[in-house]
Design a protein around this ligand. Structure first.
Ligand SMILES: [Zn+2]
Length: 475
């Protein structure tokens, strides 16, 4: 694995200009941009990120990283703020925060973290960037820029993290040369995110020594690659100083043991089982299990079962899932793996039964619901899928994926109005009002709605147009 990037946000791409005096940090409330406007910038950037092939759309990993993130947010000074954590397929050890509470976590970070507290330490740092409105404060002076332009600047800065040479081009391209001066704030932002993030980590009950040891390990690993390391890392004095600060803080804190969750081990194993060829993954986990080289046996065996499933050795995969069940008892991620094995071996009815019984135990674990609906859809049972989805959207009215699944089953059942209506709600939740309005217009023209359905579409269209007009007014 390439261990290249040690920090964790837009900040480190900037070549430090050490002699320069830093300006005051200013108001932490982010008063220059409203929280609602920050959210809009983040949502706009997310539209592009979700379309990117590196966006990892894995409900179980997403669920895990959000569970962990929520524990930290709950301990933060903005526990009510909406956060969305998501995984990005990238082997560098990194994470990043965007305005409005969108936090991306590289797969390389999850794989490199040896304890859950280490991972939580990095997430805490990112959550602090959001609660301190760092990026928004950097962008705050650019009040003549539109949301799409600001979102493009945010994405450009993120892209530039791994390519410091293009930073200037991005800044020039976004016609925001004054951002350069704003970037000088960033070293202070990093220190603040470390300090505040440490408090969150501690208040959330994690082992606070994890943050420093993780960075230290990464720094050592990076040093091995020193000749290939990007210039900004070699010249950047921050890492050592920041690690020393973190370790100093940890020494003064009361030691608190924080055992890793089962999900931490399962999530890492799931990801690791997807690396390399199926044969390599099987060999890796077989050896791990045979030689007892694991932090957690259930995790290692679950990884082996996942790798065997990838290699299409379904009987052995299913037998290994049985071993994990014996170790862990019922667990939704393990049941989901069993269901995948059943589907892939051509037995969707067995998968449906596995999921049904898992859902009776874990009715609040959403990835089980998604998989259940998808299995029904795969079997052509769209009425049953729609019945399930009808209940689910009542429980989770802000889950875009549910509306998207609904749209699919409506389309397959030939219900055009309902199809467009469900798609419209998907877009609303993804922050894409124009696309949502377009879908509702298509719903109006669909020709297969009754009076009540058409009235509902019309009312919703009016709401969204009002919303759109308001957004144009107050940014
Ligand atoms: Zn940072």
């Amino acid at each position: 694995m390439r261990l290249v990037v040690v920090c964790l946000s837009v900040a480190l791409l900037v070549t430090p200009t050490s002699a320069q005096t830093l300006p005051e940090l200013g108001d932490t409330s982010g008063a220059l941009i409203s929280p609602a406007f920050e959210r809009k910038i983040g949502e706009q950037a997310m539209r592009d990120i979700r379309r990117d092939p590196s966006y990892l759309d894995d409900p179980e990993l997403t669920e895990y990283i959000n569970d962990l993130g929520r524990r930290i947010v709950a301990a933060s000074q903005e526990p009510q703020q909406d956060f969305e954590f998501f995984m990005v397929r990238d082997n560098t050890v990194n994470a990043f925060a965007m305005p409005g509470g969108f936090v991306g976590v590289h797969t390389g970070l999850l794989l490199a973290a040896q304890t859950e507290s280490e991972l939580a330490g990095v997430l805490s740092h990112e959550v602090a960037h959001v609660t301190q409105h760092h990026l928004a404060r950097m962008l705050g002076k650019q009040d003549q820029m539109s949301i799409p332009t600001l979102a493009a600047v945010v994405l450009g800065l993120l892209a530039a993290r791994s390519r410091p040479d293009i930073t200037q081009a991005v800044i020039a391209g976004a016609s925001a040369a004054s951002i350069q001066s704003q970037l000088n704030y960033t070293r202070d932002f990093e220190r603040e995110a470390d300090r505040i993030g440490f408090q969150y980590l501690q208040q959330a009950g994690f082992d606070v020594s994890g943050m420093g040891t993780f960075f230290e390990r990464l720094q050592k690993a990076t040093r091995l690659y020193e000749n290939n390391a990007p210039a900004y890392l070699r010249t950047h004095p921050l890492s050592t100083e920041r690690i020393a600060d973190m370790q100093g803080r940890a020494q003064n804190a009361v030691y608190k043991q924080s055992p890793d969750s089962v999900e931490f081990h399962l999530a890492r194993a799931k990801l690791l089982a997807e690396q390399g060829t199926p044969r390599e993954a099987v060999a890796h986990f077989s050896e791990m299990v045979r030689e007892h080289r694991y932090a957690d046996e259930a995790g290692a065996r679950y990884g082996l079962a996942s790798a065997l499933a990838r290699a299409r050795d379904f009987p052995r995969a299913a037998a290994e899932v049985e071993n994990v069940r014996k170790l862990l008892g019922p667990h939704p991620m393990v049941e989901l793996l069993m269901a995948r094995i059943r589907v892939d071996s051509g037995n969707p009815a067995a998968a449906r039964d596995v999921l049904r019984s898992a859902l009776s135990r874990f009715p609040n674990y959403r990835p089980l619901h998604y998989a259940y609906v998808e299995v029904l859809q795969g079997m052509g049972q769209h009425q049953a899928a729609l019945a399930s989805l009808g209940d689910l959207v009542k429980s989770y009215p802000r889950d875009a994926r549910l509306y998207n699944l609904q749209a699919k089953s409506y389309a397959a059942s030939g219900k055009r109005l309902l199809h467009h209506q469900a798609l419209a709600e998907t877009y609303v939740l993804q922050g894409t009002l124009p696309a949502a309005i377009e879908q509702l217009q298509l719903a109006q023209k669909s020709g297969d709605g009754d009076f009540y359905q058409l009235s509902a579409v019309e009312a919703r269209l009016r709401d969204l147009r009002t919303l759109q007009a308001e957004e144009r007014k107050n940014r």
